[in-house]
Design a protein around this ligand. Structure first.
Ligand code: FAD
Ligand code: NAG
Ligand code: NAG
Ligand code: NAG
Ligand code: NAG
Length: 533
């Protein structure tokens, strides 16, 4: 490999080298397993935490948190080393040795990246830093805060919070195996988004390893750097070791319901009505719509719309609220279940039959499928006629597509667009996610599904946000643009950067220029450094 070594990087390296006299000094281009291994061992990373392709458990460790089978094929580029740190110092050593050897690293917490960028690089060789063992969680009940390490899952966090305090919770995503490191650094929203905003809105401190291998906290990194890792995606900036978060209040009892409808049972009117009100209901009430092609009635396929709801309060009050705001849904007492907030977590993860919260401690991937996802934001409501056209498009062909439409509003409207890098606040009424399975039939079948979801995304253009057509970083989509690793210019990256971050993108690039000018932390869609004149 010929690594492009900038004069800056050389200067930086000499600082590291001379300040850390214990570094051996092989030539920079000599990237062999041996030399990097020696470096890691020399810097106190134990042998049993380093996996090479010849280590027996290399493959099972690599696969352990791959959530999308699309990136688990024989031709998927593989890391030549996986390091699985158990101490913060192991992360520092890995960053220093990789930096010194001019090697790319990919950092993985929960492995949910939609494009697999936490464990795949299209420009090998690369190292994967797999943080699953850095997963401790400490809860300070008297201050309602928690320090949670990056490799913990969101399910583990929810469980540990509830174990300590039944009226505390945290507003993050629905899938329990999401990793803290990726999920919180990219935003993170779930069923409490209308009441409390994003997971990233509740980060109050952080510990990370920067490109020089130093550990920084909020105070030592400064407010610009701290701003960037609360929605800008940490992958461009450093390795998050842990976040300190503020917990939120949840009532002792919450109420959930799921009510489904379809084309022959008024789906069109209901969806249209739901869309007029879901973003401006009482902040405690979240009703999402999951829209999919119902496959059980071939050849009469239909569109099924499932309204899934969490209310942070009791059944009686919910029924009164629904009677006033959304009587068309005909919600009845028997449609509703009261439960504790922690019991509602498995419910929204798809375990609808009263699964015990213990399931939240299971790190095994819940699904084993190959899929592609894309995202949009709605700034205007879609008319009944609009929904009719969208559904016709979904029914065309044989796709098993799914649309998940999540309402914002409430707390999201109150937070200014520049408060965090995540800009989709007031005026972004709904987030839409398009999901399509890619099947198991090989390249030709996969292409058919990919073509479909890409053309569906084109079809949606008139209905969604414009200038820029916005997207959610955590639903990463390389179709928006990407670049060969390390060669991204600001001008080029703006094409996708503004779609994820709007006008916050420039500030992110300036922060990047300050904290990682040599672009050590990079991937196909990372924020490039910008040096203001
Ligand atoms: C099944 C499923 C359900 C989902 N549900 C939701 C949801 O309800 N709400 C929502 O908002 N999103 C959801 N997402 C999207 C999810 O938020 C993102 O995929 C998120 O990035 C996952 O974080 P991770 O740590 O699990 O992923 P990873 O793949 O480990 O990481 C994602 C990105 O962050 C980087 N990264 C990870 N850890 C660190 C670290 N410690 N330091 C620096 N960089 C790091 C990686 O390099 C990569 O670029 C879902 C995704 C899936 C697959
Ligand atoms: C590269 O490193 C290996 C192992 O450390 C060493 O044996 C070899 O001589 C080095 N090659 C060069 C060109 O320095
Ligand atoms: C539990 O958490 C809530 C919300 O954070 C807080 O108001 C309350 O004081 C906590 N109770 C205890 C006993 O710590
Ligand atoms: C459509 O909805 C009705 C009423 O909920 C239900 O009885 C029927 O089974 C549904 N049909 C399909 C194909 O989902
Ligand atoms: C996932 O599914 C594939 C086939 O579709 C199978 O080969 C593989 O073993 C499965 N993996 C797990 C962990 O179940």
């Amino acid at each position: 490999m010929s690594s492009p070594v900038s004069p800056y990087l050389l200067a930086l390296l000499s600082v590291i080298l001379f300040s850390t006299s214990s570094y051996a000094t092989p030539p920079i281009s000599n990237i062999t397993h041996e030399s990097i291994l020696q470096c890691l061992l020399h810097h106190s990373v134990p042998h049993n935490l380093i996996y090479t392709k010849s280590t027996t458990s290399y493959t099972s460790l690599l696969q352990s948190s791959i959530q999308n089978q699309r990136f688990d094929t024989p031709t998927t580029p593989k890391p030549f080393l996986i390091v699985s740190p158990t101490l913060e110092s192991h992360v520092q050593s890995t960053v220093k040795c990789s930096h010194y050897h001019g090697l790319q690293i990919r950092v993985r917490s929960g492995g949910h990246d939609y494009e697999g960028l936490s464990y795949v690089s299209h420009d090998p060789p690369f190292i994967v830093l797999d943080l699953h063992s850095l997963s401790s969680i400490s809860i300070d009940t008297s201050h309602s805060t928690s320090w949670v390490q990056a490799g913990a899952t969101i399910g583990e966090l929810y469980y540990r919070i509830a174990e300590k305090n039944k009226t505390a919770g945290f507003p993050a995503g629905l899938c329990p195996t999401l990793g803290i490191g990726g999920h919180l650094s990219g935003g993170g929203f779930g069923t409490m988004v209308r009441m409390y905003g994003l997971a990233a809105d509740h980060i109050i401190d952080a510990r990370l390893v920067n490109a020089d291998g130093e550990i920084l906290d909020r105070e030592s990194m400064g407010e610009d750097f701290f701003w960037a890792i609360r929605g800008g995606g940490a992958a461009s900036f450093g390795v998050i070791l842990a976040y300190k978060i503020k917990l939120v209040y949840v009532p002792p009892k919450v109420t959930v319901f799921t009510k489904s409808t379809n084309l022959s049972h008024g789906a069109k009117t209901l969806t249209s009505k739901w869309q007029q009100i879901a973003y401006k209901l009482d902040d405690r009430l979240f009703i999402r719509a999951v829209i999919q092609v119902a496959s059980d009635e071939k050849p009469c396929r239909t569109i099924q719309v499932g309204f899934e709801s969490l209310f942070l309060g009791e059944k009686e009050e919910l029924l009164a609220l629904m009677g006033k705001s959304f009587p068309e849904l005909g919600l009845k007492a028997e449609d509703c279940q009261e439960m504790s907030w922690i019991q509602s977590v498995p419910y929204f993860a798809g375990y609808k039959n009263g699964e015990s919260p213990n399931i939240l401690l299971d790190r095994k991937p819940q699904f084993n499928i190959s899929f592609k996802a894309k995202s949009d934001f709605l700034t205007e409501r879609i008319t009944e006629l609009g929904w009719e056209r969208i559904w016709q498009e979904m029914l065309r062909g044989e796709e098993q597509a799914m649309l998940i439409v999540d309402p914002y509003g409430g707390r999201m409207d109150e937070i200014p667009e520049s408060e965090t890098p995540f800009p989709h606040r007031k005026g972004s009424l709904y987030n839409i996610q398009y999901l399509v399975g890619l099947g198991e039939g090989g390249a030709k079948e996969m292409k058919k599904h990919l073509d479909w979801v890409r053309s569906f995304y084109q079809f949606m253009t008139p209905y969604v946000s414009k200038n820029p057509r916005a997207a959610y970083l955590n639903y990463r989509d390389l179709d928006l643009g990407s670049d060969r690793v390390g060669s991204t210019t600001y001008t080029k990256a703006k094409v996708w950067g503004r779609r994820y971050f709007k006008s916050n993108f420039e500030r992110l690039a300036v922060v990047k220029g300050k904290v990682d000018p040599g672009n050590f932390f990079r991937n196909e869609q990372s924020v490039p450094p910008l040096f203001p004149a």
